[in-house]
Design a protein around this ligand. Structure first.
Ligand SMILES: [Zn+2]
Length: 406
């Protein structure tokens, strides 16, 4: 079995013509996405024998799109064009970074549902097998995360397509590994597409609502930190809840009846969460209260029970580790210098030991070399000039936006 990546000139003249025609077709269907489609770098994948199904023309986050000559031969121009629009949408909407849990097939389906209702316009008919919210029995206009939740326990359809690393962030055999579009290039491209969506909307008005919302978010310098924090925390909780394992730590009930045999208990651990709050002088109480309120609501909605949440207040040293009923009830202690390392160490020593530590800080603090053992760390950063360590997921929270309540 061989897999060979080649440049687009490895295609026959007829295949190259179809590729070019599909790009023209997309520019007519969704002119505001034309610069994104043009940014895709085609990589031809020759498979002998054909071992991977590339009929969705998968992409990767560096903006390579993988063309299987056999798939090119069978797709009509509008179908190939549809897949180009579909794959650039996975990339523009950062689906590779947003996956909330371990199940890539479920996330691919959720992302496809989010995408396709925004591609269906008066003049664009979706290919018959394209995933739609209606086809899944769900409403239009949800986010991929909402579809993900709703699809819990639904087996993936038998003929599902694979949209590649660009849809779920997981490497594929056929990825070429070339550098592709730079990080800066991707940012500029997003802004350019967002600008064109606004222009197009002003001029003709036929931009699907999902794209208008996306453009507003892309052009608005204020990050929707609630959403970002939510997905970072959800991801941490999902990873932990997914660690179902047989453990000898706690014997099963049956073992008590048969004390001579040690039986493993099937354990689905509920995550224990600690919130480390920076109470050094630079953080205002009202701001902290707002962010804590948000975190509290978020954890509740994710099913983290009250007795599994601890709050550590920390300035230059960690203060009381409080077992609280609500993050809002935390007495905000401290007010001196800052060392979040002390807060993280205190969190690591809590019993039971937390699986997920959420740190709320302005980031003007030294950080330890690594996270506490076996814990995931999410840093909510309340000052763009502060810094979060590379080993934590970090979420920028704009203090002005917190206070204005946007
Ligand atoms: Zn897809």
């Amino acid at each position: 079995m061989s897999l060979r990546a080649r440049r687009v000139d490895a295609l026959t003249a007829a295949q190259r013509q179809k590729w070019a025609a599909a790009r023209v077709w997309t520019a007519r269907q969704a002119p505001y996405l034309a610069s994104a489609v043009l940014a895709l770098e085609p990589i031809v994948i020759e498979q002998d024998p054909p071992s991977h199904d590339l009929r969705a023309f998968p992409a990767d986050p560096a903006w390579h799109i993988y063309l299987d000559p056999a798939a090119l031969d069978t797709a009509a121009v509008p179908e190939l064009g549809f897949w180009l629009l579909h794959q650039v949408t996975h990339l523009l909407r950062h689906h590779a970074d947003r996956r909330p849990g371990e199940d890539p097939a479920r996330w691919n389906l959720a992302g496809d549902a989010e995408i396709n209702d925004d591609l269906r316009t008066d003049n664009l008919r979706l290919p018959d097998r394209a995933v739609t919210p209606a086809g899944l029995g769900l409403p239009d206009a949800w986010t991929a995360e909402q579809y993900w939740d709703a699809l819990d326990g639904t087996p993936p359809p038998a003929d599902r397509v694979d949209c590649g690393t660009g849809a779920d962030g997981i490497p594929r055999d056929w990825n070429c590994g070339l550098p592709g579009l730079s990080e800066t290039g991707r940012k500029l491209l997003r802004r350019e597409v967002a600008r064109r969506i606004r222009e197009h909307h002003r001029g003709r008005g036929d931009v699907p609502a999902g794209w208008q919302r996306w453009a507003d978010e892309a052009l608005d310098p204020v990050v929707n930190w609630r959403q970002v924090l939510r997905s970072a925390v959800r991801r941490g909780v999902a990873d932990i809840a997914g660690r179902v394992d047989f453990t000898y730590r706690r014997p099963s009930r049956r073992a008590a009846a048969m004390p001579e045999i040690i039986q493993p208990g099937l354990r689905q651990p509920l995550p224990v969460v600690a919130v480390v709050v920076d109470t050094s002088g630079s953080m205002s109480d009202s701001m902290l209260a707002q962010v804590l309120g948000e975190v509290d609501g978020l954890l509740k909605s994710l099913g983290v029970a009250r007795n599994r949440l601890h709050v550590v207040c920390c300035d230059a040293q960690a203060h009381t580790a409080q077992r609280v009923f609500s993050a809002r009830e935390v007495r905000l202690l401290g007010g001196g210098g800052t060392d979040m390392g002390a807060g993280l160490s205190a969190a690591a020593e809590l019993k039971p030991r937390p699986d997920l530590v959420i740190v709320l800080t302005d980031g003007h603090t030294p950080w330890p070399a690594g996270p506490p053992r076996r814990a995931k760390v999410v840093v909510g950063l309340l000052d763009p000039a502060g810094s979060a360590p590379g080993w934590a997921a970090s979420v920028a929270i704009d203090p002005a936006e917190v206070v204005s309540g946007r």
